[in-house]
Structures are given as structure tokens and as C-alpha cells.
Design a binder for this molecule. Structure first.
Ligand code: PRP
Length: 181
């Protein structure tokens, strides 16, 4: 059965995603003008957004990757963040921009920021494609937000359910029947 049949509705279209990347890329380019920024992608969900966003950033930058996981195959954050891969770049004295696909409970980012701040970067900001404030459990907000979404379980454009649907070109709401069966 094609993946599209599991989607209840499209929440953010391909065109809207392109507009978001362009808008945020412009804003980030202005804010970091004349500076070098380390773009940190949080694997795996953020990679699609990261790849599109960085092509709209025209200041000096380096990229690096971290892997943490808190969902462990379910639809709700377990609250337990597992650290799977560290950065290769030493961020001491550097401007760091963390790029996330979704800010949901906030537990993942809260943990990440705590860990990275100990390394004394010159600055640290957060850019998230999707912001789901209804579910927030950690006191945290993003500096750059693509779009605010309602409290629904979304997949596509990097986001998964049990590792599937990451390759959908849009962000969609997953049918409940898919994860309740
Ligand atoms: C997702 C997402 C964020 C985190 C946000 O990662 O990529 O890192 O959850 O949720 P939170 O605000 O409730 O902490 P996930 O653990 O699903 O791993 P993945 O990126 O490999 O899909």
C-alpha cells in the first residue's frame, strides 16, 4: 500500500516548505552577516530540512551532525534522551545554530543545549521547522520557527513513525489507525 494512503491530511505542502526555507535562510544570513556559523543538524529527522535550509544561507558556515533519540519507536517522547553521536567540530568560541525538524516536548533540545553550552560556544541559537507548543514539557523556545503546528502526530519531510515516511515530500498527519493497530 502506498505511503500516501496512511496520511490523513497534508499539513505543510512542498511549496510552503520551500517558502519556509527561503524565509528562514534569509533571516539567518542577515543575523550572522560577517560571522561564521556552525550549523548543527540533529539526526535523523532534521536532515531533509537541514539540506534545504542551508542552501538558502549565504554566510560562511560549517556543518556537523549529532544524533540523539527520545521517541524509541513510539508517538510520544519517552522523556529519556539517548545520546548516540557527538559533534566532530570543537564549538568552543564558535557561533552555533542547532537545526531541528520539530520542537515538541522540548526535552531533546533542552538536553542538547545543556550539553553543548558546557563547551562554551560564542553563541547558541535554535532553528526548528515545526513548533508544537501544546506539548511542551521543558521551558524552551526556538529563535527561528518555520511554522507552528497543532497537537497532531506528523510525519514526512524527514519526520518518521517507526522509521517510515521520512521520504514524503510534505509534512502530513498520520492516520491514527496506523499507530493504534
Ligand atoms: C524527534 C525530533 C527531535 C525530537 C523532538 O527525534 O527529530 O529531535 O524528536 O521532540 P521533543 O521536543 O519532544 O524532544 P526522534 O527522537 O524521533 O529521532 P529522529 O530524529 O531520528 O526521528
Amino acid at each position: 500500500m502506498p505511503m500516501q494512503n496512511d496520511i490523513l491530511k497534508v499539513l505543510v505542502t512542498k511549496e510552503e516548505l520551500e517558502e519556509i526555507c527561503e524565509r528562514l535562510g534569509k533571516q539567518i544570513s542577515q543575523d550572522y552577516k560577517g560571522k561564521k556559523v556552525i550549523l548543527v543538524s540533529v539526526l535523523r529527522g532534521a536532515v531533509v530540512f537541514f539540506a534545504d535550509l542551508m542552501r538558502h544561507i549565504d554566510c560562511d558556515c560549517e556543518i556537523d551532525f549529532m544524533a540523539v533519540s527520545s521517541y524509541h519507536g513510539g508517538t510520544k517522547s519517552s522523556g529519556v534522551v539517548t545520546f548516540k553521536k557527538d559533534l566532530d567540530i570543537d564549538i568552543k568560541g564558535q557561533h552555533v545554530l542547532i537545526v531541528e525538524d520539530i520542537l515538541d516536548s522540548g526535552l531533546t533540545l533542552h538536553y542538547l543545549i545543556d550539553v553543548l553550552k558546557m563547551r562554551e560556544p560564542a553563541s547558541m541559537k535554535v532553528c526548528t521547522l515545526l513548533d508544537k507548543p501544546a506539548n511542551r514539557r521543558a521551558k524552551i523556545s526556538a529563535d527561528y520557527v518555520g511554522t507552528v503546528i497543532p497537537d497532531e502526530f506528523v510525519v514526512g519531510y524527514g519526520l518518521d513513525y517507526a522509521e517510515r515516511y521520512r521520504n514524503l515530500p510534505y509534512v502530513g498527519v498520520l492516520k491514527k489507525a496506523v499507530y493504534e493497530k
